[in-house]
Design a protein around this ligand. Structure first.
Ligand code: NAP
Length: 500
């Protein structure tokens, strides 16, 4: 068995892990290893390659600030372009020699005597690392629906994030379960090719128009040669998105224009009053993610599509059966049923200073962290896209870059001050989370009358950030060492606690 010793072990090669690797390299912190369970960089944009996959945040903003791309073809990029962009950043940054693909983190245990992480990987190798940086993603583990009989289905069944491209769906009878952000992109594409499509809707989403357009040659030329022009586009999109924050977090009535937009989009796309009623949401807009599409409603109104709102009671060898006893035969079942969000699988694999895993530590409290990045009891663990860092309105790349900056400053601080480990103080972490939960109480995500992946089984919102993104960036601008318990480096294996 081989054991590698590195200073930084990064988990995941999506926007978070790759961005971290690029910045570590830039800081001459080149002693790192990135492990990625998939076969390539890209993370969510590698995994979600279903028909119609595209970003619902404009790419001028949904890209690294340090690598602008003048070549986006559309204002909202399709998945292949985003994946190609991430691959280009990886190729050009010169860090790929320290990436291991198709290797997952199986177990990571903090060794308090050695002041380092002992890690076992899925290829059987072991790694010791001073810092464990997780960029494993908040939406990476598919959640399959727990429906009676689904395992006995004889046709093809796959999750939206595990699309089976070997199956030709032309002329087939297909069912899609779910009407979230993934499903509403898939449905219009399937409608064009399948024989018949059943869309199983449990909760209707709000869908506003997608103001997408192709960039002109002139714009692309300007992006390439006048970086300030592209920066101006990015800035305008950023502030436009921030305008959503008060409607989500302070007063849902402020989201009234978005609600009108969604209802007009619905009225324009669906003429049949019965179908329109079926797909009209009955909760506050913003409670679930606001979706964007010009083609979803027209697809639902097509002759070869049926929207089914009766609950699914079971799945047989070749059909979906609803609670009213109706059986709808199908050849292929697509489950667009989302991801594990409030129970992160990686939390099961990480054991901290007290011998408890992250999952055990969070069992009673739900996911908690300090600044969405560090966790009491887990020295030198840094999470990118950790608890309460998700957004309902803007680019996660902005959040990711804010966290990367915080982690870089933590590493610099440890280096400068000679700290072997840092761990957030429990009182500071509690105060951070009390404040978050107090703010979240009045947000539309908690009060809007819907169930969503934002909330855990206890109704706690442990996923979303309830303030502006510039506040997040400001709060993470410096590594605030006074909020941490630190352990000084020592030439002997013994350790010495010091106050920062
Ligand atoms: P999702 O938003 O969690 O939607 C899952 C859908 O499946 C919901 O409609 C849900 O119904 C339904 N569902 C789940 N279990 C079910 C069951 N047992 N029976 C019937 N219906 C069931 O998942 P997603 O669409 O994959 O999107 C997840 C997140 O990924 C999004 O919110 C977004 O943040 C991100 N995303 C982003 C983009 C983008 O363009 N940037 C695209 C896709 C996804 P209920 O609503 O009733 O729970």
């Amino acid at each position: 068995m081989t054991t590698t010793t590195v200073k930084h072990l990064v988990v995941g090669a999506g926007f978070a892990g790759l961005g971290m690797a690029v910045k570590l390299d830039e800081d001459n912190e080149s002693d790192f290893l990135v492990v990625e369970k998939g076969s390539d960089v890209g993370g969510t944009w590698r995994a979600n390659d279903y028909p119609g996959a595209a970003c619902d945040v404009p790419s001028q903003l949904y890209s690294y600030s340090f690598t602008p791309n003048p070549d986006w073809s559309m204002s909202f990029s399709p998945q292949p372009e985003i994946q190609a962009y991430i691959r280009r950043v990886a190729d050009e940054s010169g860090v790929l020699d320290r990436f291991r693909f198709e290797v997952a983190l199986e177990k990571a245990v903090w060794d308090d005597d050695a002041q380092q992480w002992q890690v076992r990987l899925s290829d059987g190798s072991e790694v010791t690392a001073t810092n464990l940086i997780s960029g494993a993603g908040g939406l990476s583990e598919p959640r399959l629906p727990d429906i009676d009989g689904i395992e006995g289905f004889q046709g093809e069944v796959f999750h939206s994030a595990r699309w089976n491209h070997d199956i030709d769906l032309t002329g087939k009878r297909v069912a899609v379960i779910g009407t979230g952000a993934s499903a509403i992109q898939i449905v219009p594409e399937l409608q064009k090719v399948v024989g018949h499509l059943d869309v199983y809707q449990r909760t209707a989403p709000y869908v506003i128009p997608r103001n997408d357009r192709r960039y002109t040659g002139f714009e692309k030329l300007a992006f390439r040669h006048l970086p300030l022009v592209q920066k101006a586009y990015r800035t305008a999109i950023y502030w436009g998105r921030e305008l959503y924050v008060p409607g989500f977090t302070l007063e849902p009535k402020l989201a009234w224009p978005a609600k009108q937009m969604a209802l007009t989009n619905l009225a324009r796309g669906i003429k049949d009053p019965e179908l329109r009623a079926k797909v009209t949401p009955d909760y506050e807009i913003g409670c679930k993610r606001i979706l964007i599409s010009n083609t979803y409603y027209p697809a639902l109104a097509s002759d070869n599509v049926e929207v089914v709102t009766d609950g699914i009671s079971k799945i047989t060898g070749d059909a979906v059966v609803t609670s009213d006893g109706v059986e709808r035969p199908i050849d292929v079942l697509v489950v667009a049923t989302g991801f594990f969000t409030t129970e992160q699988p990686i939390a099961e694999a990480i054991t901290g200073r007290t011998g408890a895993t992250l999952a055990e530590t969070w069992r009673d409290t739900g996911m908690v962290a300090y600044k969405g990045t560090t966790v009491h009891g887990f020295p030198n663990l840094f999470q990118i896209v950790g608890p309460n860092t998700g957004l309902g309105h803007s680019s996660m790349v902005f959040v990711i870059e804010s966290q990367i900056a915080y982690i870089r400053d933590a590493i610099r601080t440890m280096e400068r001050e000679g700290y072997a480990s840092v761990e957030p103080r429990p009182d500071v972490q509690d105060a951070w989370n009390d404040d978050l939960q107090r703010r979240l109480k009045k947000t539309v995500w908690n009060t809007g009358g819907c169930a969503s992946w934002y909330l855990d089984d206890e109704g706690r919102n442990t996923t979303l950030w309830p303030r502006t993104t510039f506040t997040f960036r400001r709060l993470l601008a410096r590594f605030d060492v006074a909020s941490y318990d630190v352990t000084a480096s020592s030439p002997t294996p013994s350790k010495k606690k010091v106050s920062a």
